[in-house]
Every structure is written in structure tokens, then in C-alpha cells.
Design a protein around this ligand. Structure first.
Ligand SMILES: [Zn+2]
Ligand SMILES: [Zn+2]
Length: 348
């Protein structure tokens, strides 16, 4: 079937509902008529992967094992299924990790990001932490010639950042971002570029806030900087027009509610790793708007990301580490440790 290709590959594997990952040798996946087979070159470690690695409450509730995790990648097409058109061997591609059904009401209405039968690559089906991955051709994004490989490898989280930052008009607004992980940092960069009046970004990690010095935003240390200090830092005594919650940290959720203005608009992207509560009365009495955001709009966000990069957006400042795949233990420890931005695994 896969002429000229190896029959087995290296992969990071979670055999069952336990913490950690194993490096194994496993068969190269079969690709169906509508699929392409990709030789994975670089993968990104995402917060989702850290949840899966640690096997926390969220992972227990959401993830199916056995599993090869991972969903952020750049790779090269090495084989195409018999029904695939418009794609060919050798193309450098990324992968949309949401595997949508294409048939439900949401998909047919053009809202694939809200698919009723969505499954996620590397969460429900085998993902990209491997030398090869087979994915539906419909989920492939072909990169332009001039996109550096490392930037191409983070198009997925950059898409999260673009999706979150473009949920509401940004020009002229004051924006608070809680969480200076790679997505928060990239969202801050995009908000500044799109003409926000002020962008304040918080984190508990001074290392991560240090990365914010590469872009034109105001870093603030949590939890020391409370809602009043944050408003002052943003020059917005009434409160922020827009909040992007990128941390999932329980303390940050309440800070966010308190720091936005009455009627403020909050975009919620961070995943809490444990049960948490917020003051619901605050949302009601201060007439706050909360919009959940997950993944990307398909394919609109991919187009926006490609256009921003083609027009000079350089998000590579968030990439701080690159490890070979067989250094996965060190890579995951680094990503979980707070002294890292985006951590890449090299499978080439
Ligand atoms: Zn991700
Ligand atoms: Zn669907």
C-alpha cells in the first residue's frame, strides 16, 4: 500500500488511562481513499498534550486510550489516497485537528467548528506524535513556499490566537489577556498589530512575561496585580473593553470578570484542569458577555493566519525550545515547567 515507505515508525504512545507517554515502534498507519499520509517533521506540544500527559481530570473525561497524542504539526505528504485530488507528494502541509463529520446540521450550515459529531486528532484518534500520520485530505492545509518550517509548525495554535483575537473588533479597544502561554502571547501580538489601544497580559511566570518584551504590550505579574492594578496598567479605569482568558487558572477567571468594564466582552479559551467556580451574579449584574472559543473556524481562520504571516507577522518569538522526539521526557517536563514558550519536537 505505502510503496517505498517503511512499515514501522517511532511514536509516542499512551497505552491506557495512566500518566506519561511511552516511545514505541508501531506500524505506519494505513491511509484510506480520502486520506493523505504525512511524514511528520515538527510537532508542537500544546496545553492539551500536557493535560493528556499528566492524565488530569480533563484528560480523564475527554480522552480515549490507547492513543498516539499530538495535533500540532508540519509535515510532507508522502502518499495520497485514490480519491484525493488537488494534493500531491512532496507538499509541505499542516493539519486541522478537528475531524468534522461534514453531514450534521452545523457542518452543512458552514459551521464546521461547531460540528455535532466532531472528534479530535490526538485526543480521540491517533495523532501526530509519530513519524507518520494519516489524515483526511479535507483537513490538510498546504503551506506557501515562504513560510519557515518552525512557523508552519505552530499554525494550529496561531489559529487559536487569531480566532480568539478576532472574535470581537479590536481596533481602538483595551484588551486584557490572562495567560502568557504561546497562544496568549500570539493573541497579544495580533491585538497590538490590529490597533488595540492597550494590551495587558498577565501570567504567574516571569519567564513567560519576559517573552512579551518581544512585542508591544504591557506585562503584569499574577496574582500580585489585581483588577485595579491591571486597569491602571491598561490606562482604562472603567475596565477593559475585551478580555481574552487563555490560562484556565481559577484565580484568573475571577480576575478577568472583575477587570473588564460593565458590558465587557470576554473570550474564553483556557481549559480549567479542575472544577472551578466564578461569581455568576457578577456576569448578570455587570451584563458581561462571554464567548467560548475552541480551535479555529475552518477554513477561514487558516486563511487569516496565512495572510497575517504573509504580511509579516512573525510569531516565532514564542518558540523557545526544540527537542528530538526521543527526548520527549525532557520536552514535556520543560513545557510543563513554566520556563518555556512553545516547545517543539523534531521528527525529521
Ligand atoms: Zn494545540
Ligand atoms: Zn458535523
Amino acid at each position: 500500500m505505502n510503496d517505498g515507505l517503511p512499515t514501522t515508525m517511532a511514536a509516542l504512545f499512551k497505552p491506557g488511562p495512566v500518566a506519561g507517554l511511552q516511545l514505541i515502534e508501531t506500524p505506519v498507519p494505513h491511509h484510506g481513499d480520502d486520506d493523505v499520509l504525512i511524514r511528520v517533521l515538527l510537532t508542537g506540544l500544546c496545553g492539551t498534550d500536557l493535560h493528556i500527559h499528566a492524565w488530569d481530570d480533563w484528560a480523564r473525561s475527554a480522552v480515549r486510550t490507547p492513543l498516539i497524542p499530538g495535533h500540532e504539526c508540519v509535515g510532507r505528504i508522502v502518499a495520497t489516497g485514490s480519491a484525493v485530488t488537488g494534493l500531491h507528494e512532496g507538499q509541505i502541509v499542516g493539519v486541522e485537528g478537528h475531524l468534522t463529520c461534514g453531514r450534521c446540521e452545523q457542518c452543512r450550515a458552514g459551521a464546521r467548528h461547531l460540528c455535532l459529531r466532531n472528534t479530535n486528532l490526538g485526543v480521540h484518534t491517533d495523532g501526530v506524535f509519530a513519524e507518520y500520520v494519516a489524515v483526511p485530505a479535507a483537513n490538510v492545509w498546504v503551506h506557501g513556499d515562504r513560510v519557515p518550517l518552525e512557523v508552519a509548525s505552530i499554525f494550529d495554535p496561531l489559529g487559536n490566537a487569531v480566532h480568539a483575537a478576532t472574535t470581537h473588533p479590536i481596533s481602538g479597544m483595551s484588551v486584557l489577556i490572562t495567560g502568557a502561554g504561546p497562544i496568549g502571547l500570539m493573541a497579544a501580538q495580533i491585538c497590538a498589530r490590529m490597533g488595540a489601544r492597550a494590551v495587558v497580559i498577565t501570567d504567574i511566570s516571569s519567564y513567560r512575561l519576559g517573552l512579551a518584551e518581544h512585542i508591544d504590550v504591557t506585562p503584569a505579574t499574577a496574582p500580585q496585580a489585581g483588577p485595579d492594578e491591571l486597569r491602571a496598567a491598561g490606562g482604562t479605569p472603567l475596565g477593559f473593553d475585551i478580555g481574552l482568558e487563555m490560562s484556565g487558572a481559577p484565580e484568573a477567571l475571577q480576575t478577568m470578570l472583575d477587570a473588564v468594564s460593565p458590558g465587557g466582552r470576554i473570550v474564553a479559551l483556557g481549559l480549567p484542569s479542575k472544577d472551578t467556580s466564578v461569581d455568576w451574579a457578577d456576569i448578570s449584574t455587570r451584563m458581561l458577555n462571554i464567548q467560548g472559543v475552541s480551535g479555529r473556524r475552518i477554513p477561514e481562520t487558516w486563511r487569516s493566519v496565512a495572510a497575517l504571516v504573509a504580511n509579516g507577522l512573525d510569531p516565532s518569538f514564542v518558540i523557545t525550545h526544540k527537542f528530538r522526539y526521543d527526548q520527549h521526557v525532557e520536552a514535556f517536563a520543560t513545557a510543563a515547567g513554566g520556563k518555556a514558550g512553545k516547545v517543539l519536537l523534531d521528527w525529521a
